[in-house]
Design a protein around this ligand. Sequence first.
Ligand SMILES: [Ca+2]
Ligand SMILES: [Ca+2]
Length: 278
Amino acid sequence: MFSQVCKFVLIFVFVLSSLTGVSNAKVGTASIHKIAIFNEKASWTDAAAAKKATDFIMKNVDSVSSEIKVYSDADIAGFAKENTDDGNLDIIITFGYFPVSLYTPGNKQKEDSLAEQFLEGGDMFINTADYIFYVTQGGGANGADGLKTITDSTFDMWGDGNSSKPTADGKKYTPSLKPAPAVRPFKIDQIKADKNWEIEVVFGDNNGGGGSMADPIIIRNKEHNGRVCIALQTGGAHPRGEVIHEIIDNYLKLNVIAVDPTAKIAVAWGDIKRGSFK
Ligand SMILES: [Ca+2]
Ligand SMILES: [Ca+2]
């Protein structure tokens, strides 16, 4: 009943904002369209643990308007192509191994990889276990340059010995998150120093709030709205599926709206007025 009321309110607000041309970025309408999970290969976790986390996410996530599906390396390229620049927020989840079909190993695709296009279309990567974009076919063939190349930044995640505690937002949104090693964190000062990226939310850091090394965290690009989320980038057994599920359903569901909502609504309303709305 409550969710039905919520849906009604959201539809009402959407219609109202369409009519007035005003959009509230905190109000979402089915904000997440599709989720693709890649667990064919993993690093710093094993196939069985990645499968278990995948099952948990697929069983529990309820804020996706279209579908959640597991993709092979061969097929995930098609997912990325179909869902880039489609006006919806789509998510690719990885377990420390990055698919070859999205990014040719070795960082030769400087700007034109499917991974970078997906991100720059306003979509999102969530990664757990090993360093995001680092390990691929041939082991660490992308290395630390994978993150730099795909995000057009100088970010690194060398944080050996670091550990993470839930922040206030972590306690609020990700109750399954417990203090844990976080040896490949985002570095807060690097994000703040980059004119193109900003910190969206920190669920855990080395200080339990206001720290310098963050994991889990979501960063967002100010221009294209693409998001990168890391969650428990460390080895060993952790509640990876639970925390990712909570980030999606407790945080993203309430705080994220589809890509560039104002422009989209304006275009849609223009189409309605011109009688060309499809
Ligand atoms: Ca999309
Ligand atoms: Ca690039």
